[in-house]
Design a protein around this ligand. Structure first.
Ligand code: C5J
Length: 222
């Protein structure tokens, strides 16, 4: 079924059978105190606004039978996949791999690395673990999408200007239509959220489209 979603810079028509919802890095390490986000000096409460719209979109996607994918940024316990250029950043003693209130920071298998309870994956929803910012880099996401003949991605998650933006750029180059749902994304820097979305939709939609949860939900109901 093809639906028309009001979006910027222009409405976009997508076949829901060829569309996946991808939820980027809605992990406790980014959204809760004591994780990677806070270790880098950020106010993690700024990301909370994205949770409820994201939850509504996830519920609608599940009801409509859309393919749903979750991603998590993080590293192996031995940190063999964490480049020193990344793991050396942040406040000493609060860096990747250091012990924190939610376990070792940004390490796979630790409580902080997991997805927040509000958006927790259910059976049949692949979770893609990624060592980088983009969800295609060093993962099997391309294969997962190809096996489902996915052409369009509805994109939610954090942070708008880092992992969401990097993933959208990677996806755009691979031929996917990306519709980023603005209120389902968040940043520690409101101005970067705005700029990150502006970059995607500028120049006739150079990397994709920007819409919102309400626009999508209304289009899906219609
Ligand atoms: C960051 C992310 N901001 N998921 N990661 O380091 O955007």
């Amino acid at each position: 079924m093809v639906i028309q979603i009001p979006a910027e810079p222009a409405p976009v028509g997508i076949d829901l059978g060829r569309t996946a919802l991808i939820i980027i890095d809605m992990q406790r390490d980014f959204l809760e105190p004591g994780g990677f986000g806070e270790a880098l000096g950020n106010d993690v409460s700024l990301l909370k606004a994205a949770v409820e719209p994201c939850r509504q979109v996830l519920a609608a996607a599940r009801e409509a039978g859309l393919f749903v994918i979750h991603t998590r940024e993080g590293h192996r316990p031995d940190m063999a996949d964490a480049p020193p250029s990344k793991s050396e950043r942040g406040i000493p003693s609060k860096r990747i791999g250091d012990p924190g209130p939610m376990g070792r920071i940004l390490i796979q298998g630790e409580p902080g690395h997991d997805i927040i309870p509000e958006l927790y994956p259910i059976a049949g929803e692949p979770v893609v673990d990624k060592p980088g910012k983009g969800a295609f880099y060093a993962t099997n996401l391309s294969l997962i999408l190809a096996n489902r003949s996915i052409e369009n991605l509805l994109v939610c998650g954090v942070t708008t200007e880092v992992c969401v933006n990097t993933t959208v750029r990677e996806a755009n180059d691979r031929g996917f239509r990306c519709i980023v749902l603005a209120d389902c994304c968040g940043s520690y820097f409101p101005e970067f959220h705005t700029a990150g979305l502006a970059m995607i939709k500028a120049q006739g939609g150079i990397f994709g489209w920007v819409s919102g949860s309400k626009e999508l939900l209304t289009a899906m109901k219609a």
